[in-house]
Write a protein that binds this ligand. Structure first.
Ligand code: SF4
Length: 220
């Protein structure tokens, strides 16, 4: 990894451009109006491999039905699974309910705010732990999901193959000291709405002047 980290000037440029873009184009999503760890976790679990447009109505329904750890912990498994339908990948609601039971029994209704404790909960991996620490607790933690991976890869490496380990290091390296919440949300939004997998909208992308992949995707 040595020698591949961006220079301090490039990191500053990247963060500034990304945050400027996010201030104008960031998506207004229901879970961005809360810092409640329960709500943040529900949204993150729902968003795994599921499109935002499908998650929004289900998130609202879920919150009406299970507004807290305590209510979810007591809900019958079958009802929880039925409520989750049709999001799919049905182990998610079961794990969510298990986490709710652990939080109420072991942590007195408060989700832990350290990475080791979060990672010890079944269903919370490295990405979700980073998202919780940043989006619920305002900590400076890197994230790497499909969208973030694609943006960082393209901007800093172009078409060079690169491992997830390098991208995790990069995600930590570019994360600014201030506004980690906005920065990480912005990374995800840029990947979801501009730097998409099949049809990246390079002409309107704030990263274009510095993107190593840009010539690859520029119109013929
Ligand atoms: S310039 Fe194109 S490839 Fe590069 S980050 Fe923007 S959308 Fe993605």
């Amino acid at each position: 990894m040595a020698g591949t980290f961006p220079s301090p000037a490039r990191k500053r440029w990247f963060a500034r451009k990304l945050l400027q873009w996010y201030a104008r184009h960031g998506r207004d999503l229901p879970w961005r109006h809360t810092r409640d760890p329960y709500r943040v976790l529900v949204s993150e679990m729902m968003l795994q491999q599921t499109q935002v447009s499908r998650v929004i109505p289900k998130y609202r329904e879920w919150m009406r039905k299970y507004p807290s750890w305590g209510v979810l912990a007591k809900a019958p498994v079958r009802q929880v699974r039925d409520t989750w339908y049709p999001l799919g990948y049905n182990v998610r609601p079961i794990r969510l309910r298990e986490i709710a039971r652990t939080v109420t029994r072991k942590y007195a209704g408060r989700l832990p705010d350290t990475k080791p404790e979060l990672l010890a909960l079944k269903g919370i991996g490295r990405y979700t732990a980073g998202a919780l620490l940043t989006f619920a607790y305002g900590k400076r933690e890197p994230i790497l999901d499909t969208n973030v991976r694609r943006v960082l890869h393209r901007v800093f490496f172009g078409n060079r193959p690169v491992t997830d380990r390098v991208l995790w290091d990069l995600s930590a390296a570019v994360l600014p000291r201030r506004q980690p919440y906005d920065f990480n949300q912005a990374l995800m939004d840029l990947g979801a709405t501009v730097c998409t997998a099949r049809a990246p909208a390079c002409p309107g992308c704030p990263m274009r002047p510095s993107c190593r992949a840009y010539p690859l995707f520029s119109p013929a």
